[in-house]
Design a protein around this ligand. Sequence first.
Ligand code: HEC
Ligand code: HEC
Ligand code: HEC
Length: 421
Amino acid sequence: VTVLSVRVLRWIVFAALGASMAAGLVAWRNVRGEAPLDAPPVVPTPALVARGAYLARVGNCMGCHTAAGGADYAGGRGIPTPFGTVFAPNLTPDRATGLGAWSAAEFWRAMHNGRSRDGRLLSPAFPYPNFTSISREDSDALYGYLMSLNPVSQPNRAHELRSPFGTQAALAVWRAMFFEPGRFEAEPRQGAAWNRGKYLVQGLAHCAACHSERNAMGGVRAAFTGGAMPGEAWYAPSLVDPKEAGVQEWRREDVVRLLKDGTTAHAVVSGPMAEVVGRSTQHLSEADLEAMAQYLASLPVRQKPRPAAEPAPVSQLARGDELYRQHCADCHGKRGEGVDGIYPALAGNRAVTLDSARNLVQIIRRGGFAPSTAGHPRPFGMPPSGQMLPDEDIAAVATYVRQSWGHGASAVSALDVRQLD
Ligand code: HEC
Ligand code: HEC
Ligand code: HEC
């Protein structure tokens, strides 16, 4: 045997050993922390069911698990991911197509470990990487509530994922790298309200599922740092940057108002955040919203470096000025001052000056509706301009509002607008 072939042989042995160890590690990381499935059944008292209904609002389970025009909780809505579309399943207690045959322990394993009843690993388009830290009591209450719904027979739709991302092996690797079954850790130096806020924001309310920067594989890089929403044209701004969506410098009551009414004097929620307020946070108790506001205000500030923006060409600003007077000033005011409670001010508005012009372009192009809430029952809408204005004009008016009234945000080009479609 030559020296060379011994080396080759050694390599082959090493590679095989390495591969089997990696496979073993992936397998182990995917089952650790799983509780036995023999817990006692949950007794669905009216109080437990009511509590579960409230928690389902916090988690906005209905938002994802209901198709447009479909029966509540019967599934079928497609959730875009970087790898394709994952369809939310039927959560009604139908035995054949929903959760009817599930035990509370199997439900807990789905919420806490991201594993379906049949043992299948679930896609993180289901935000179990956030839900994992909820308590067993809250999981049981959610289970009790879902079991109290009317069963709807609606078979689940197969996911549409690019190969190999739909496979269990790919999911197992993803989970080994990016998922850790968690448990809520109370911070003893903080009060009960702050801890309740942390529990809600990090867990069921899954704010970080949208508001986090992700890597190319869809793993969260750092919670709350802001990120583009996968498969959608929206950017969920950073909750740790007061220049984006951070509320560290806000009055506590304004944060509560934003989550309850969807609007404050300086901000309106739009797009996916309008849905969060409309379906979820507006229904939360004042105490829970206070708690969330307290926790959000305490998030340590982390600002991205923001290089000074180049002023836009004079001709683009002049065109933007003309378009603004024609298409925007009637509602938002000549100096972007808005009309309190009706049309949001654009001067000093973070939705205008965000580093990323994504949301601004979306709003100009598609228009928008703030959610209808008890505190703001009949919001005025903003008409879409996408049909009326070519990309050059959208860029010009966007640039104008980003560089007027003391704003110093970067200019937007027609190419930027096209790429943000
Ligand atoms: C952002 C969208 C989204 C939200 C919010 C969401 N889900 Fe889901 N859920 C999904 C998707 C997508 C799947 C399918 C994952 C898969 O099949 O790999 C899923 C799967 C599940 C499953 C597994 C069902 C099965 O048949 O395997 C359960 C249980 C579940 N969700 C419960 C909930 C509950 C309870 C809530 C609210 C607390 C909730 N979900 C909120 C998107 C969501
Ligand atoms: C489905 C994705 C999604 C989820 C979940 C989500 N957000 Fe947002 N959020 C967004 C997007 C997109 C925006 C930007 C649009 C806007 O300003 O309304 C936003 C904006 C915000 C803003 C800035 C509002 C402004 O104009 O200043 C705050 C504050 C905020 N979110 C807080 C939260 C909190 C707290 C939670 C959890 C309860 C949460 N978000 C959950 C997507 C999401
Ligand atoms: C008919 C009245 C009307 C016109 C015209 C109008 N808007 Fe709006 N705009 C609104 C309303 C109402 C909202 C709040 C609804 C929402 O956020 O979805 C809004 C929201 C916005 C927002 C989001 C503010 C925030 O806090 O998130 C921006 C940015 C914006 N408009 C810019 C413009 C620009 C630029 C134009 C001109 C191209 C324009 N609007 C034309 C009524 C109008």
